[in-house]
Design a protein around this ligand. Structure first.
Ligand code: 9YT
Length: 127
């Protein structure tokens, strides 16, 4: 069994900081679980274009507020504590932080290896 705390992961290379978000990747590909698990903070008043063409992701909001807009149909969905969004169609989207930072729990399949940051199209490469 493996046990890790958010605090110890935050103080390691598992914490990846980007302009609009930061993410603590607590469980990664090399753990051989078939998925990765991250605690991600989306900064308030930001907009990020994301399109995970090579990954499926589910995201659960624990605190804060924001919204997600799917670009295929321009629908906008409010995100608040208790909301889970599931990108089952590799959905191209805009993720917006609202008036407060959003704390999210994210699961990726296939798992991230840990070093990924979005490219200019909001994509992570296949590992
Ligand atoms: C919700 C989302 O995808 N945010 C971007 C960061 C991502 N969760 C990651 O790389 O950990």
């Amino acid at each position: 069994m493996i046990v890790r705390t958010l605090k110890e992961c935050e103080q390691s290379e598992r914490r990846v900081v980007s302009e609009n978000w930061e993410s603590v990747r607590m469980l990664l590909k090399d753990d051989n679980m078939g998925f990765s698990f991250h605690i991600t903070t989306i900064k308030a008043n930001t907009e990020t274009h994301i399109h995970y063409q090579n990954h499926l992701e589910s995201v659960y909001c624990m605190s804060g507020n924001g919204e997600i807009q799917t670009l295929a149909d321009n629908k906008v969905y409010k995100i608040e504590p208790g909301t889970l969004y599931i990108l089952d169609q590799h959905d191209d989207h805009l993720l917006r932080g609202g008036s407060e930072d959003m704390k999210m729990a994210c699961v990726f399949n296939p798992p991230l290896s840990g070093k990924e940051v979005h490219d200019e199209n909001g994509v992570y490469p296949v590992d």
